[in-house]
Ligand binder design. Structure first.
Ligand SMILES: *Cc1c(COP(=O)(O)O)cnc(C)c1O
Length: 373
């Protein structure tokens, strides 16, 4: 148990909703209430029947509209979150060798998956120090480029570009970007994510927006000699998604919350609206940190700063863990930095479900705590 001083925040420095975690992240109360009201017609019912299939369909059509996907792109789903998708991609999307931009915990985990896969060559890894991002480099020896739109562990976002116009796949981990950072579908072949981050739903599912070239690659590898566990078989996931189903039982509440969230965003102005809101909320935190006498933005280059996960560093004499502990005792939760990085830092998710006003209250609360330590 962390010990921290007993500092009580005044009421006007406690946001109405204190959830600032980067995932699972704030789920809108309206969506949770909606699940409570209408849940009995879907929760506890067969996922092979129309009501749950309609949910899957709503998710597919909603994401298609949110991303303005070309007609020949497909929305594919499976169980297991982005972590399972890495394994699936190592079987069904990487032909022989991939190139990875590695700049934090999540982008590095995909590298580990590929390195351990006996059927793949050692990947090419382009690294950069935490707090920055590298760029992919065209290489005719690789058949897939692995990018991470937003490195959730460090709060760094990278631009998504297609390094070559050959048939190499561009695979983008968009877990904390999807629903909050704009992207041109022409730049990717698989844009995959879990729904418990910017999309304000719950975990357990992966979703991938797939280009026609990705479908061709999946079919090519499915027809090859390579063995693939059925659970990770993207050909099977594709067949099921086309029928508004998943291979095995999905978390129905996750699908419901996701469908509601995507439609909520569409009603308010779609991806551009959501992206602007996240940029405004994070922008407040970055401006506050830049002006602060004690804290500063961890990501030095403003062009690398994530609009959805803002990381703020503290000097040695102020323990970020202590500040985070006081915040938690006051109902402001999950502001800790990514443990494995060992930085004296707080990390605030500024996904579209966090109103910009909450960021103002939050930074005032941090100032209040630090003044009283
Ligand atoms: C959270 C996260 C993941 C892992 O998601 P799971 O749903 O836990 O599998 C992968 N990549 C990024 C960028 C993430 O933020």
């Amino acid at each position: 148990m962390d010990t921290h001083p007993d500092i009580k925040l005044p009421d006007d420095l406690i946001p109405a909703d204190g959830r600032f975690g980067a995932g699972p992240s704030r789920v809108r109360s309206e969506a949770l209430v909606g699940l409570g009201i209408s849940g009995t017609s879907i929760m506890g019912t067969s996922h092979r029947q129309a009501p749950v299939k309609q949910l899957v369909h709503r998710v597919k059509t909603g994401l298609r509209r949110l991303y303005d996907l070309p007609n020949d792109y497909e929305v594919v789903m499976g169980i297991g979150g982005a972590t399972a998708f890495w394994d699936a991609a190592s079987f069904g999307l990487i032909r022989r060798r991939s190139q990875h931009c590695a700049f934090g915990v999540f982008s590095s985990k995909f590298v580990d998956v590929v390195r351990a896969a006996p059927h793949l060559d050692d990947p090419e890894v382009i690294e950069s120090p935490v707090g920055t991002h590298p760029m992919p480099v065209a290489n005719s020896d690789v058949d897939a480029y692995a990018l991470t739109h937003n490195e959730t562990s460090t709060g760094v976002a990278m631009p998504i570009v297609r390094p070559t116009d050959g048939d190499a796949m561009v695979l983008v981990d968009a877990t904390s970007a999807a629903g909050a950072i704009e992207t041109d579908p022409a730049t990717f072949d698989a844009y995959y994510f879990s729904p418990q981050k910017a999309l304000g739903s719950d975990g357990g599912l992966w979703i991938s927006l797939m280009s026609p070239a990705a479908v061709v690659r999946i079919e090519e590898l499915a027809a090859s000699e390579r063995w693939c566990p059925a659970f990770l078989d993207l050909r099977i996931a594709l067949d099921n998604s086309r029928k508004d189903q998943t291979y095995n039982t999905p978390a129905i509440a996750t699908l419901y919350l996701l469908a509601e969230q995507v439609e909520w965003m569409l009603q308010l102005g779609g991806l551009s609206w959501a992206a602007e809101r996240a940029a405004t909320t994070s922008g407040h935190i970055y401006s506050w940190a830049e002006a602060s006498e004690y804290a500063w933005p961890f990501v030095a280059d403003p062009a690398h700063r994530s609009p959805t996960v803002a990381t703020v560093n503290f000097p040695d004499h102020i323990s970020a863990d202590t500040v985070g502990g006081v915040l938690r005792a006051n109902g402001i939760v999950d502001t800790g930095s990514y443990r494995k990085l060992g930085l004296n830092q707080l990390r605030f998710a500024t996904f579209p479900n966090v109103p910009p006003k909450d960021a103002e209250i939050l930074t005032a609360a941090v100032d209040y705590v630090v003044e009283r330590l």
